[in-house]
Design a binder for this molecule. Structure first.
Ligand code: AMP
Length: 215
């Protein structure tokens, strides 16, 4: 099963992509996670991507596409994938179609998670991330200095791009560059819109139902 999860920053794409990938027994492929890992390891890609990410801008397509192509060529992605954070603009959507067509494959489902703007800003300003495993947690601000990851014990931090002015820029980028991607998949009859509000397991159940996955 090849699934794309779309939605604004803070819609819960990463959290839901991990859960849905687990239920569908396919890997979760998050381009933001891959880029953050490249930055943390100081690779050539990471060094080139970093400044864009810090500003809340999209990393140039050629860098992201090469990285994604390599990830999708790994054996575990042959059975399918849940893509999170990609495609972010219409050119990336077309490039993904072309990458898949080379091997006779195509996207099966595209899910757009919908969350109101005021909820997004509230969520991102209280979001803490684990630099170890990349999971995110909703925390009241004052606890941030002392909280640790439930999974690996690493002290949690606020992502540089979750600062309010960068969040505003990321939302603008979403409106201008990523919303047309939603329209692209709607035209192709692949799009399902799912409300991203409420408890995490309930949102997962809604998505799973749309994908025909057993609960
Ligand atoms: P995310 O974790 O998906 O919100 O991504 C964090 C940042 O990584 C974004 O604000 C972009 O700077 C960069 N990024 C992630 N995915 C892409 C993509 N598909 N194309 C360009 N930049 C990306």
């Amino acid at each position: 099963m090849r699934v794309i999860l779309l939605g604004p920053p803070g819609a819960g794409k990463g959290t839901q992509a991990v859960r849905i990938a687990h239920r569908a027994s396919v890997p979760h492929v998050g381009t933001g996670d891959l880029l953050r890992a490249a930055v943390a390891h100081g690779t050539d890609l990471g060094l080139r991507a970093r400044a864009y990410m810090e500003r809340g801008e999209l990393v140039p397509d050629d860098l992201v596409l090469e990285m994604l192509r390599r990830r999708l060529e790994e054996p575990d992605a042959r059975a399918g994938f849940v893509l999170d954070g990609f495609p972010r603009n219409p050119a990336q959507a077309e490039a993904l179609d072309a990458i898949l067509e080379e091997t006779g494959l195509r996207v099966d489902h595209v899910v757009a998670l919908e969350v109101p703007d005021d909820e997004i800003v509230a969520r991102l300003s209280s979001r803490a991330s684990c630099p170890g495993c990349g999971r995110t947690f909703a925390l009241p601000g004052p606890i941030l200095g002392s909280a640790t990851c439930d999974y690996d014990g690493t002290p949690l931090v606020q992502r540089d791009d979750d600062l309010p002015e960068v969040v505003r820029r990321r939302l603008e980028v979403f409106r201008h560059q990523t919303e047309p991607v939603i329209a692209h998949y709607q035209r192709h009859g692949l799009l399902t819109r799912v409300p991203g509000v409420g408890e995490v397991p309930d949102v997962s159940d809604r998505i799973a139902k749309e994908l025909g996955l057993a609960s």
